[in-house]
Design a protein around this ligand. Structure first.
Ligand code: PLP
Length: 409
């Protein structure tokens, strides 16, 4: 028996995290400085790209990228209906319209529906790698280059003219470490944004990273510098440089945002990313495989995708679905699991079910697959600290809850 409560997703805090954070605290410099620089280099190395820009959340990174591309009122950005609301809120923050499309049974955005949703106002497509499972990026990247799609594109900013087509921005809040056709998440779209929020695979408490993989008409190192400026009020000298003797003079070059990541936060992520591929990711895989083997024994469980010929998940969520149950039954099953002392979640409540989007006229009936995924889904705890004993208990409790609610067992 497990007599302690099992949390849903506690952060991974070990001696190395403590050491890095203390080093930052005692260094005399706690906001953006050397630790952020190191984390940016570690992210770029992991993804195999040249430049990543650390910011203080996925959301602020997305707003920065949208503004960098000149997104404004009247523009459309295509997003899946099945995601965390930040994907669409970032679009609204720029005054533009999120155009929601439905998803596939594997949670990824439906590329045929993207094609139908493209208009002369479409500026960006934002696929989301739900649970750490990459979307079909080759298809999406090809679609934006098709001649009829390119000829529909209307440029209204310098960067839009330069690119001359729809920009693909991956919402990779879940997918650091996932691979698609042998390439790392972060290098699959023009721009990719990771989240380092407290519940994500790598955390900085709050934070994110913008990975630059722009085509050769852009210089990724120039755009890196530009986005660093953008994240710091458009100020041509960061606080660290300004704090050095004689470094007081600066200029504000344009109206930027203030969304830089502090060193104190970067310290947490730095300790984690150094052991991500060799330890933390392997431990997540161990948990996912345990669930997979156990739930495969029962015909009523629908296993989430973890690996196929092209893709490998980074096991951010274990999104279990149960065949043939209603939303009400799902909720009752969750109550049973909760009563057993296990915290679970649902990923995601489709955006059209949330008040802000309902009020704008989005209707869940337009997104049947998103609703089906949502209504039968339960996200189970998945993190490196979980023991086999805890995992046994979770699997037993889920099965018991199903049998009680659905089979009156
Ligand atoms: C967590 C999450 C975000 C937002 O990340 P923040 O860093 O909290 O802004 C965006 N998209 C998805 C799919 C997420 O799960």
């Amino acid at each position: 028996m497990v007599n302690k409560l099992i949390p849903f997703s506690p952060p991974y805090i070990d001696e190395d995290v403590n050491k890095e954070v203390l080093e930052s605290l005692n260094s005399g410099w706690i906001t953006s400085g050397p630790k952020v620089k190191q984390l940016e280099e570690e992210v770029a190395k992991l993804v195999a790209i040249e430049h990543a820009v650390c910011v203080n959340s996925w959301t602020s990174g997305a707003i920065l990228v949208l503004k960098w591309f000149g997104i404004k009122a009247g523009d459309e950005v295509i997003v899946p209906s099945y995601t965390y609301s930040a994907t669409a809120l970032a679009v609204l923050h720029c005054g533009a319209t999120p155009v929601m499309v439905d998803v596939n049974p594997d949670f990824t955005i439906d590329v045929n529906l993207i094609r139908k949703a493209i208009t002369s106002k479409t500026k960006i497509i934002m696929p989301v790698d739900i649970a750490g499972w990459p979307c079909d990026y080759d298809e999406i990247n090809q679609l934006v280059k098709e001649s009829d799609v390119v000829s529909m594109f209307n440029s209204s900013s310098g960067n839009q003219k330069k690119l001359g087509r729809i920009l693909v921005v991956a919402d990779a809040a879940h997918s650091i470490g996932a691979t698609y056709k042998g390439r790392q998440s972060g290098s699959l779209a023009d721009i990719t944004i990771f989240s380092f929020h407290a519940v994500k695979n790598i955390t900085t408490a709050e934070g994110g990273a913008i990975c630059l993989n722009l085509p050769p008409v852009f210089s990724n190192s120039e755009e890196y510098k530009m986005m660093k400026l953008y994240s710091l009020n458009g100020q041509n000298k960061d606080a660290f440089t300004k704090s050095q003797a004689g470094g007081w003079k600066y200029d504000i070059l344009f109206q930027g945002l203030k969304v830089n990541m502090p060193d104190l936060c970067a310290a947490v992520g730095l300790a984690q990313i150094r052991k991500y591929n060799t330890q933390l990711l392997l431990d997540r895989e161990r948990v996912a495989n345990f669930y997979h083997h156990k739930f495969a024994e029962k015909p009523y469980f629908e296993l989430p995708p973890l690996q196929d010929a092209d893709r490998k998940s980074c096991f951010h969520l274990y999104a279990l679905r149960i065949k043939g149950i209603s939303e009400t039954q799902r909720d009752l099953i969750i109550n049973e699991i909760t009563n057993a002392g296990i915290a679970v979640n649902v990923h995601f409540i489709p955006m059209p079910l949330l008040t802000v989007f309902k009020d704008m006229g989005y209707k869940i009936s337009d997104y049947p697959m998103a609703y089906d995924n949502y209504s039968r889904e339960i996200s189970l705890p998945i993190y490196p600290q979980l023991t086999t004993e805890q995992l046994e208990f979770i699997v037993q409790s889920v099965d018991k809850a199903y049998r009680k609610i659905v089979l009156n067992d």
